[in-house]
Design a protein around this ligand. Structure first.
Ligand code: GLC
Ligand code: GLC
Length: 659
């Protein structure tokens, strides 16, 4: 009978229920075999009842057309049972707490930091001795850049993983990781790790089996005997690393076949249309979660599903897939959150965010537009974007950052720009010229990343301080320029620390670390300018700060460190800065951004001058924004009254509260 005779709508809710009933005895058998605590089993079963319908719908949408769908479904659930069975009891207790407090990460105490273990402290063991450093800075969220076993040679900064179950031996062991996680937890610091799930390294066990001709594992990737299919796909694909390799496929000599490699040639894209890949990666995910991770950064989420004739980014199935993983995590390890890394168009970024998908997301639009405002001294585009792009669904939050280990791409919306009469293409060219220091009068010392000569596309590498003018000021040996650069840096931090969501520092920022031009000496790094902003931690800076040594150049670094430390400490004292909601205030001055943060009856108003020149601002505006007649800037500890106009110095930022 032809397929389309059976287009009667299927009652999936009913099928879901029936299927669960059928699967229960299989699960029961496994529970008995595993001898887990009764309470663990009960938790799992209750949550399974709760999330089953969603999970079933999701997996059905992805894999329901396969003849072996029910087999895979069963395998996925069995993996889930094994996953919770091996979840340590203390983590299960945290799970229970967080189920009852789903906004646990929304507090004003939440401030993040990200670092590379090797560049910061050489290894995981040493890192444990520096927990007080994070505490002193006021951090409660620590993102360790990928630390799992990687392929030899270039490994894309850890993003080419050859084994998700072992730590890179240069950094330590899984036991070191578990110990670190529990020590961080005891100090109130959440651990964030990457889940690099779009691709494995070419020497991962699955890739090796594929190379050895194992058909089952060849199905784990996208492998093609000749160019026919790759050519068809390539008609609509973008290139992510065009200076590394043209196209999205890599010829593999050993197999004599083409492999889909969106990023580097040694990063093989996983084939999630194969349910065995879904299940295998679920097992890796749960293994990582069970080491004691609080937040998983889902790497490169935009790319995980492919369909011919599309750009293979942000496809609906990518969302279905993440939601399915999320449902499973809610059942197995509900204390864990997902943070999405989607550095794409703002309309697409936000689609990954939701209680049932990724609770957290990088905020690349804010990041790019803060740099845009710094270059133009004008907050119009930033304000316009914030006006309709900052609000998020319940129980979710932005992660607001200025720099990270990656490049800056100008991912603002063209229509947002054009509504203001800004030509988006020209504006991106301008920003690239500005941040590579080419534009007359630019203070920035960034370098190009992935310049595509065909499309003119370019992204920017460089540390925060180098982009904000500190490197240039030091070159010029000019005190006033140095002062301006520090003020720019503090202005940007002042915004991300207050605008709503979790602020995230890229460590090194606390010292105003400059570009590291030595990366070119390492052949495994020289082809990738992102290494310019991945310098080693210099512990002598801390000694300098503590007066133990005096290099004579410590004043700026010490000033940045202390100002940032103070700003973070201030954030902790302001409950209005918790949560996510933010209301813009019209300043009638294109150089000045202002917004109100209101949380549980507390109120802070932030006013930020993006120009180097003094600006004024009507006190009345603040009264209507609910500040009353007398108020104080807690940053400079200065009192104001709304009957006066407010004068802002160049690059000054105010955090105002009622007095
Ligand atoms: C993400 C990472 C980036 C990496 C890429 C491939 O974008 O942040 O560093 O190159 O994924 O894993
Ligand atoms: C991915 C990321 C993007 C980054 C690139 C490499 O595309 O999403 O942020 O530019 O990888 O750095």
């Amino acid at each position: 009978m032809p397929q389309n005779d059976t287009t009667l709508p299927r009652d999936l809710d009913f099928e879901a229920e029936l299927t669960l009933r059928r699967l229960k005895p299989r699960l029961a058998a496994l529970w008995n075999e595993l001898e887990v605590a009764e309470v663990t089993r009960r938790r799992f079963e209750q949550r399974l009842e709760h999330y089953w319908n969603d999970l079933f719908h999701g997996l059905f949408a992805l894999y329901g057309q396969r003849y072996d769908f029910f087999y895979h479904l069963e395998q996925i659930l069995l993996s889930g049972v094994r996953g919770i069975a091996s979840r340590p009891e203390d983590l299960q207790e945290i799970d229970e707490h967080r189920v009852n407090d789903p906004g646990w990460y929304q507090s004003q105490d939440m401030v993040g930091g990200a670092l590379y273990v090797d560049l910061f402290s050489e290894n995981l063991c040493n890192l444990r001795n520096h927990i007080h450093y994070f505490k002193e800075l006021g951090l409660s969220y620590l993102h360790l850049m990928p630390l799992f076993a990687v392929r030899p040679g270039d490994n894309d900064g850890g993003y080419a993983i050859s084994n998700y179950r072992s730590v890179d031996p240069r950094l330590g062991t899984i036991d070191d990781l578990k110990l670190l996680a529990s020590e961080l937890r005891a100090e109130g610091i959440s651990l964030v790790l990457d889940f690099v799930f779009n691709h494995t390294a070419d020497d991962h066990d699955w890739a090796q089996r594929a190379q050895a001709g194992d058909k089952e594992y060849q199905q784990f990737y996208y492998i093609f005997p000749d160019r026919t299919v790759p050519d068809q796909y390539e008609r609509t694909l973008r290139e992510i690393f065009p200076t590394v390799r043209r196209g999205n496929f890599t010829w593999h000599d050993g197999m004599g076949q083409w492999v889909w490699t969106t990023f580097n040639s040694f990063q093989w894209d996983l084939n999630y249309s194969n349910p065995a890949v879904f299940r295998s990666m679920l097992e890796e995910l749960i293994f990582i979660a069970n080491t004691g991770v609080d937040i998983l950064r889902l790497d490169a989420v935009a790319f995980i599903w492919k369909r011919m004739g599309t750009n293979c980014e942000n496809l609906p199935q990518a969302h279905t897939l993440i939601r399915a993983y999320n449902s499973l995590v809610r059942i197995i390890a509900p204390g864990l959150l997902f943070k999405s890394e989607a550095i794409v168009h703002p309309d697409d970024v936000v689609k990954y965010i939701g209680e049932h998908e990724c609770q957290l997301s990088y905020n690349p639009t804010l990041m790019a537009l803060l740099w845009e405002s710094l270059a133009t001294r004008n907050v119009r585009l930033l304000t316009r974007s914030l006006s309709h792009r900052h609000a998020l669904p319940r129980n979710t939050a932005w992660v607001n950052y200025l720099r990270c280990h990656d490049d800056i791409g100008w991912t603002f919306d063209n229509a947002d720009a054009e509504a203001l009469g800004i030509n988006a293409y020209d504006h991106r060219q301008f920003l690239n010229e500005f941040y590579t220091g080419q534009f007359p009068g630019s203070f920035a010392r960034g370098v190009p990343f992935q310049h595509n000569l065909e499309t003119g596309d370019m992204r920017i590498s460089g540390t925060m301080a180098s982009l904000a003018g500190l490197e240039y000021a030091i070159e010029k040996n000019d005190e006033q320029l140095m002062d301006e650069a520090v003020r720019r840096i503090m202005l940007l931090h002042g915004v991300t620390l207050s605008i709503g969501g979790i602020p995230l520092l890229y460590l090194g920022e606390e010292w105003g670390q400059l570009n590291d031009y030595d990366f070119v000496k390492d052949p495994a790094k020289s082809g990738d300018t992102r290494w310019i902003h991945r310098p080693k931690m210099k512990w002598e800076y801390l000694e300098e700060l503590n007066g133990l040594i005096n290099t004579g150049q410590g004043t700026i670094r010490t000033r940045i460190f202390k100002s940032l430390q103070k700003l973070i400490a201030l954030r902790h004292t302001l409950p209005a800065l918790a949560g996510q909601s933010m209301e813009l205030i019209d300043t009638e001055n294109e150089h000045v951004l202002a917004f109100a943060r209101i949380h549980e009856g507390n109120r802070v108003i932030v006013v930020a001058n993006f120009s180097e020149y003094p600006q004024s601002f009507s006190g009345n505006k603040l009264r209507t924004a609910g500040l009353g007649r007398f108020f104080e800037d807690v940053i400079a500890a200065k009192s104001y009254s709304t009957s006066e106009g407010i004068q802002l110095a160049g690059y000054q930022i105010l955090w105002l509260i009622r007095t």
